[in-house]
Design a protein around this ligand. Sequence first.
Ligand code: UGA
Length: 435
Amino acid sequence: MRIAVIGTGHVGLVVGTGLAETGHFVTCVDSNRDLIKSLNENVLPFYEPGLEELIARNVEEERLKFTTDINAALAEVLLIFICVGTPASDSGEADTSAVFSALQSIGKAMTGYRIIVNKSTCPVGTTEAIRFTLKSLTDHPFDVVVNPEFLRQGAAVDDFMRPDRIIVGCDDVRVEEIMKELYAPFLRTGKPLLMMSIRSAEMAKYAVNAMLATRISFMNEFAKICEAYGADIAEVREGLAADSRIGASYLFPGIGFGGSCLPKDVLACAHLAANRGISSPLLEAVSAVNESQQRDFVKRILEYYGEDIARKRVAVWGASFKPKTDDLRGGPALRVIDALLDAGASVVVYDPVAEGTLREQYGDKISITHKNYAALEGADGLVICTEWNEFRRPDYERMASLLRERVIFDGRNLYTAKSLAQHGFRYFSIGRPAV
Ligand code: UGA
């Protein structure tokens, strides 16, 4: 099939490349000329394991192209994927303006029947508005389907190529058949393609992210209760995870969920409820627990140093909102770094891949090291914000000799209190007794 993908962010690039990988001819369109120029030179705007190689192969085999020319890209395609961002607006409602501005361009560029596949996360009811808007922009026939995306940054290629399920919201049987054909290569292991109504598919996307966020906030709340009673959340987690009714994933406590999806989608769900006069105390609590989790972690660090903070140099390991990405958005590390800077501390950060995004965000306000141990030299303590694998088994003796003050604030529970106590560290983690 011939396919156009509008938007070359995380979702658009992975979707376009993944579809090309199964033999389709895909053109990715973006209005950002610099971005398209970089993509044509195989320079990606973000770090995503495995994606660069996949793009290079599909470009080489002429199944994947990048352009700013939307008219040419849409000339002979059957499917047009919309993959643009829908960030949270100030009120918490999803801002869908990029979707509607893409529609303006699509409407002008259409030359015949097209299927519009919306992958951007939009409030329930948006598909009807998309249909209505496009009808006013073109006389050509079209269908619109919703096809939410469940890829995680850092594991996006794998999530797209080997999905747990594919959800399509559709109200036309012929279009259903085309979507089944499109996705057949991804479902050979028997994973389901779930066809449902358009509104249900729109809601399912929000429900999944809200459920994941709920599990994390639940664990973070329990972590606090554990601390207060001398229980260990890591052991409590094992008790939960072994129950087949509960399962093991998304039960890791930490310094709160971040990123560009979970926080904004929980807010957007609460907004959807409020728009219909429904109260959503659970969703509000999920956001509130997340907020307090980040706030309390920062407070603990500031309280530890007290008034001396302005004379301290604090090392931070990990800045991205989670491992295997260079994305800082919504990440707890930003909160920690900002608070330390505001309090007058000097901050030295190490992150395996986020050096560029850190520099963009902070300029010269922080020091950035290329190696993890270098950040510890002469520092008055270490804060761990992201659970990169390379931090899991460090050389404690080396850490102890480099740090001026042996204290670790671990937002990801990477170490055990016992092993750190042996090396003379004070150790604060999440939901476990402090040492
Ligand atoms: C999330 C969803 O997992 C994807 O399925 C979805 O497609 C995507 O949002 C989206 O809507 O586009 P992502 O934001 O990439 O993906 O990140 P996750 O891997 O879900 O992690 C989100 C946050 O939760 C991170 O800050 C992570 O550190 C935190 N987390 C995750 C925990 O604190 N504990 C856990 O047990 C799991």
